[in-house]
Design a protein around this ligand. Structure first.
Ligand code: PMP
Length: 341
């Protein structure tokens, strides 16, 4: 089928230039549910299939500019997986090595992907941040002990949120032709929330920025009541923060929503079965938050509100978990009808 709308994406001079410039898509079901336009930024369309390719590229370029990363050097990072995948791709393109420290609770697909990309994978037991064995602390020590290595430090390295100030936010602004009323997403490092928030506010300070927090994270209570306090738990990977990272410092958060795994999963199910998008759970949680933000803006009198959110990564990364009946049942979560035996 040809379309009169066909505009070929710009040709790029190198593979690293494929990071960013992702499509934005109007989400039909969420827009109907909210009563206004809900748009999804297709970050799964990055070369590493997640929003974290941008942070990886900015962190590496920043380390090069500072002179801390030398030719042939090693990049060490602690990650739930997606940042590691982004770093491994960027490192391969620029001639660096990668060592990735990851909690052993993350998806099988992410581990296999990291190994396939040539990263050295170090698995550690899941532990609270206060425990020295936590994957973040382990990765810092490994970087210190490895000659010619840098620690990417995505949580507290603000080159991460700079990626979103300088690329994601201007892209959303341009794609929505300067008419953005609200933006929301969940936070892992907080780079996306703070960076897109700051970037959009620089265009128009009236854009409402909202946190969509999963259970088990402490940020909802922080923005609502000034207290870092977690309640409940979530199986969502890559999101759910318990502290104010350097990336979250000064994030322009106007309002906040808390989203359950069930609500997030319901949008994952609907986006797949009704709109043909196969996504991870953080995307579903973001979309649930975007619907809540859209409804709030409509209730406040903005009947033509336009809200953007992030579709963080591909569902193909979770075939053995989110898209697996036994796994869902074991977690006490509803099984998608077409997966039920
Ligand atoms: N969703 C997924 C699947 C992720 O891997 C991450 C990154 N940890 C996020 C959302 C959150 O992004 P950020 O680190 O920018 O807060």
């Amino acid at each position: 089928m040809t379309s009169s709308k066909t505009v070929a994406p710009q040709a790029q001079p190198s593979t690293l230039d494929l990071i960013g410039n992702t499509p934005l898509v109007l989400l039909k079901g969420p827009s109907e549910a909210a009563g206004c336009e809900i748009w999804g930024k297709c970050e799964f369309a990055n070369p590493g299939a997640s929003v974290k390719d941008r942070a990886a590229l900015w962190i590496v370029r920043d380390a090069e500019a500072r002179g801390t990363l030398q030719p042939g050097g090693t990049i060490v990072e602690g990650t739930a997986g997606n940042t590691g995948i982004g770093l491994a791709l960027v490192a391969n393109a620029l001639g660096y090595k990668t060592v990735i420290v990851m909690p052993e609770t993350q998806s099988r697909e992410k581990m296999d992907t990291l190994r396939a990309l040539g990263a050295e994978l170090v698995l550690v037991p899941a532990a609270p941040f206060s425990n020295p064995g936590h994957f973040v602390h382990t990765s810092r020590r490994l970087a210190e002990d490895t000659e010619g290595a840098i620690w990417a430090n995505q949580f507290d390295n603000i080159a991460n949120r700079k990626a979103h100030i300088e690329s994601t936010a201007p892209e959303i602004w341009a794609q929505m032709e300067g008419r953005v009323d609200g933006f929301t997403c969940a936070a892992g490092t907080g780079g996306t929330l703070a960076g897109v928030g700051m970037g959009l506010k620089a265009f128009d300070e009236n854009v409402t920025i909202a946190l969509s927090d999963p259970y088990g994270a402490a940020l909802y209570n922080y923005y609502a009541h000034g207290e870092l306090k977690a309640e409940g738990s979530s199986v969502a990977e890559g999101i759910g923060q318990g502290r104010i990272t350097a990336n979250l410092e000064g994030a322009p958060v106007d309002t906040q929503f808390r989203v359950s795994d069930e609500e997030g999963l319901e949008w994952v199910r609907r986006l797949l079965s009704e709109e043909g998008l196969c996504l991870g759970l953080s995307s579903g949680i973001n979309v649930a938050g975007a619907v809540a933000l859209g409804r709030k803006l409509v209730a406040e009198g903005k009947s033509d509100a336009r809200v953007a959110t992030i579709l963080c990564d591909t569902g193909f990364r979770y075939l053995s978990s989110l898209y697996n009946a036994e796994w869902l049942e074991a977690k006490g979560l509803p099984v998608f009808p077409w997966l039920a035996k």
